[in-house]
Design a protein around this ligand. Structure first.
Ligand SMILES: Nc1nc2c(ncn2[C@@H]2O[C@H](COP(=O)(O)OP(=O)(O)O)[C@@H](O)[C@H]2O)c(=O)[nH]1
Ligand SMILES: [Mg+2]
Length: 385
């Protein structure tokens, strides 16, 4: 049956052709699947499960403090729980620019207990020891010899005059605490030097040396970065009280004092110049000594911390200017620093050495800068001419 034979052949041929088509289709499908897999693979982070983690052997932390001499010193921060973000910013900068190489411990003080989150976040920032302290109530309260009716009337008066913090009792507690109590706190008694740090300050430059050792080796008592004038309305009777004190205790006034920093007429009146105390590197022997102890008690009894709004900056500055030798006051010109509004930006070689990121031309301390009129740096420098 040629016909049927033929038909069979044709049938087989079509079957064969059909199989070929199927195989082709199979190959095509496989090829598409494989290329899709490649495309899909390319979208994936390729090493997601295959890269070994960075093991702890690579981490550099908890190394011991640098070998060599250290001062008996701490970094001191007074702050509220609500200021955590600003505290973190200040501490992180200080660590990065300086303390990660020096490992000085921290003391945090507060008139309320620090909360667990505050402590955890702060401790994450440093390998140094960190202690958190509560300020005893009597050191942070308006004393009972203050007549509250007079104090509140005076506060209202300052508010009306637009004086910043004029109506705040807690600000006054803070100023009094910083004037006469912090160095007696149980967490501080073991230390001789402190570096005061506030929330939200800026450190512009690397600090590749130990400022505490400079203080110790060169017999310095007080270090500052910014010197400026005070608002007279906050201290109307402060200088009168100071003069009363020095008349009663002339023996405490150093023969090599820095009265020309605080007075333009040999001590008759106060020119309101002071070292800005939100930055201080100082020796607490100064505050713990007989002269300052008597001085603080004398001023405290006058009541000006509450009847007026005496700041710890003028109180500290007047004391160090009168009771210390002038060469015991040190200007840390190479520490780039800013507290809101005013900055100290190092100049020339110091700027280069510290790899500072502030603009030298914008430093508040500049002699010919626009703000020079309220800067007191020239008066400090004139002490040594
Ligand atoms: N714990 C606590 N700290 C305070 C209080 N008031 C001010 N401080 C701290 O005292 C320092 C000076 O206060 P700040 O508000 O910065 O005053 P300013 O720098 O004069 O404007 C900062 O370190 C604040 O965190 C307070 O009521 N409680
Ligand atoms: Mg401040």
């Amino acid at each position: 049956m040629p016909g049927s034979m033929e038909g069979h052949v044709i049938h087989n041929y079509t079957m064969m052709m059909g199989n070929k088509k199927n195989t082709k289709f199979l190959y095509l499908t496989l090829a598409i699947i494989i290329s899709l897999l490649f495309v899909f693979e390319a979208w994936q982070p390729s090493d997601i499960d295959s890269t070994p983690p960075v093991t702890t052997s690579y981490w550099k932390h908890n190394h011991p403090p640098p070998l060599g001499r250290r001062a008996n010193a701490t970094i001191l921060i007074l702050a509220r729980n609500s200021e955590l973000a600003g505290v973190i910013s200040s501490v992180k900068q200080l660590e990065d620019r300086w303390n990660k190489n020096f490992h000085y411990p921290y003391v945090f003080l507060n008139d309320e207990p620090f909360d667990a989150n505050f402590k955890r976040r702060v401790k994450e920032l440093t390998d140094s020891q960190v202690e958190f302290g509560l300020i005893p109530l009597p050191d942070w309260v308006q004393p009972d010899w203050i007549d509250e009716s007079i104090a509140s009337k005076n506060r209202e008066h300052l508010v009306k005059q637009g004086v910043i913090y004029g109506g705040s009792v807690s600000y006054r507690n803070m100023c009094r605490f910083n004037s006469g109590f912090f160095y007696r706190h149980e967490l501080l008694t073991k230390y001789q030097f402190y570096w005061r740090v506030e929330p939200d300050v800026t450190y512009y430059c690397d600090i590749d040396y130990d400022p505490f050792l400079v203080m110790q080796d060169q017999d310095k008592l007080y270090g500052f970065t910014i010197a400026l004038t005070e608002w007279k309305k906050t201290i109307p009777t402060l200088w009168k009280s100071v003069k009363e004190f020095t008349r009663e205790y002339p023996q405490y006034v150093s023969p090599h004092n820095a009265v020309d920093f605080i007075s333009d007429d040999g001590g008759y009146s106060y020119n309101t110049c002071h070292f800005w105390s939100n930055f201080e590197i100082a020796n607490m022997d100064l505050w713990r000594g007989e002269a300052y102890t008597k001085f603080f008690d004398f001023l405290d009894k006058k009541g000006g911390f509450y009847y007026e709004r005496w700041g710890d900056a003028p109180v500290h500055s007047i004391a160090v200017s009168l009771f210390a030798r002038r060469d015991q006051i040190h200007y840390f010109s190479d520490i780039g620093y800013k507290h809101e509004y005013f900055s100290n930006c190092p100049q020339g070689e110091q700027h280069r050495r510290g790899k500072c990121w502030c603009d030298s031309k914008s430093s508040y301390q500049l002699k010919n800068g626009a703000l020079q009129i309220t800067s007191c740096l020239a008066r400090y420098e004139d002490l040594f001419k």
